[in-house]
Design a protein around this ligand. Sequence first.
Ligand SMILES: Cc1cc2nc3c(=O)[nH]c(=O)nc-3n(C[C@H](O)[C@H](O)[C@H](O)COP(=O)(O)O)c2cc1C
Length: 190
Amino acid sequence: MKSLIAKIILIAFVFVSFNNTVLIAKGGKAKMKTLVVYYSATGNTEIVAKEIAKKYNADLVKLEDFKQRSKFVLYVYGSYCALKDKGWDIKPLNVNLKDYSKVFVGSPVWAGRQVPAINTFLTNADFTGKEVIPFVTMGGRNPAKSIPKMSSKISSRGGKITGSFAIQTGGKTPEEISGVVKEKISHFTE
Ligand SMILES: Cc1cc2nc3c(=O)[nH]c(=O)nc-3n(C[C@H](O)[C@H](O)[C@H](O)COP(=O)(O)O)c2cc1C
């Protein structure tokens, strides 16, 4: 009886291994997941992040500041840190980047730059072998130095930039923002 069970387990193991090998061989590599990491103080970047996650069936992670700050301090000190390219403490992330092959990283534009929480995330992430797509939302029309600065941090952490985009949110309703996102990401491959 014991030897029969051992044989069944062995056959099942060989079958599963063979199937996995075939799947990987057919696709070139096993299909891995997409992650959307973002920060949002007033909800605009969150709308964009959720729209991307819907399209790519992606996991969604929101960066949270470790310290609670008043709106005034958040915006004034935040703009100063953004301008100086500084990070600040964020809450620990419940995600392992190793599980993902494609990562979207979204930031609001503050003082023409990406926000401090995004700086902290980008400085500590290992993007080796991953496709990374930075995006920003902004009140005006000019993403200024945000996208180039995010891209350079991502590249220095091993990521391959395969696209980027900026979305103007000023004067737009949430529905209008969602509509712009669909159009912006329509050309990215699955
Ligand atoms: C502190 C602060 C600084 C900002 N600086 C800029 C800026 O330099 N250029 C710009 O176009 N928009 C700026 N904005 C507008 C935001 O980038 C825009 O509203 C963005 O969509 C907010 O994203 P969120 O709702 O996800 O926080 C600023 C907003 C705040 C609160």
